[in-house]
Design a protein around this ligand. Sequence first.
Ligand code: ATP
Ligand code: MG
Length: 445
Amino acid sequence: MRLSRYFLPVLKENPAEAQIVSHRYMLRAGMIKQQAAGIYSWLPLGYRVLKRIEDIVHQEQVRAGHIPLLMPTLQPADLWRESGRYDDYGQEMLRITDRQKREMLYGPTNEEMITDIFRSHVNSYKDLPLTLYHIQWKFRDEMRPRFGVMRGREFLMKDGYNFDIDRDAALHAYNRHMVSYLRSYERMGLTAIPMRAASGPIGGDNTHEFLVLAQTGESEVFYDDRVTALKLGQRDIDYDDRTQVAKVCEEFTTLYARTDETHDAGVFDTIPEEHRKVGRGIEVGQIFYFGTKYSESMGALVVNDKGERVPVEMGSHGIGVSRLLGAIIEASHDEKGIIWPEGVTPFPVGIVNLKQGDSACDAACAGIYKALAAKGLEALYDDRDERAGAKFATMDLIGLPWRITAGPRGLANGVVEVTSRRTGESEEMSVEAAVDRIAQIYAAH
Ligand code: ATP
Ligand code: MG
């Protein structure tokens, strides 16, 4: 993409309404525009990151054996009357009446609808296990929408629902979700710690929240800091292997890590003092096992291998896709702007032409752009007729992890500069070497 032809409405001034750094940078980098309290348009740069996060979530869910579908945002109120949640949900639910005076709602989540789909089509244990998920907009009329996309009213969520014949199979589904979530967050450059949570309105006895440590997080967290060093890495996971998947979950949930809702000071105090930490975290996901809560109330029954009709065992599992942009920025920025992890960056690399209109500079930049494209990498090429300082400031603000800078002096010696946004370190090399270097970095992502 050539910046001169792109739509990147960067703000020079700090927007007064933004209280935390991620909100400030998302507005300044022209990623989002607020349309109403807690409701945003996703401008091109923000939309690119949102799509990359969605892609990672899809890939890891499919890898775990989960099946994508798409349910609507609007739902009939009657479905929610069956589960009893139409009245329970309260003011967070946006209720709508259509022209036929039918009561509808903008879905805050989809347990009822997925249970309805399931009961319409599945009758036998032979069709299980089954996990269906979608990535769809939700609406919750939050009392205090704030911090930009972190606590929106309209927000994008991945929500998945498992259907299993018995408790053991459902707990395996729970574990699959935990592992696939850990892998998803790691690919986004995040450390998200599974913490035992209280169950809340969805109900159920087994639930973990995934928290990204950040000063600006809304949850107070208590943890053994050795938990932050755990990494899934590239290990090969067989999602059908119950023992292996359960072992990974055990590895990530044995050290103490809890939110204030489940915190137990007595247990916490047994952690060696140098590892005992209190901090704040951003909830980027949550998994629940809730058994037959919805299948009983909504009549989602299956015939088991003894010929009996039993309510199906279920769980639901969510990732805050749009909130993740904020969480990633909170975890990865400096005073100049965002620092995107390679896994989610809107463009892999920026090209800065130090002297637009100089034939050697223009030709070198165009050549780099083309060579990167041939390797499947779409660079953001700053071809505007701007001062070098302004170009660098824009690149630093929007946070592309790598920059290639071409100027008349370097090109006279046959070199361009490759700069890491994270370390600020630059290295001179030939155009070919620069393109190879960037391609090599992204080969792993
Ligand atoms: P919170 O405690 O932050 O209100 P929640 O526990 O009510 O969230 P869940 O029902 O667990 O939310 O939804 C799954 C995920 O969706 C959450 O872990 C979070 O990442 C995201 N999410 C929930 N509410 C919002 C919101 N208002 N804006 C953006 N993302 C949200
Ligand atoms: Mg939650």
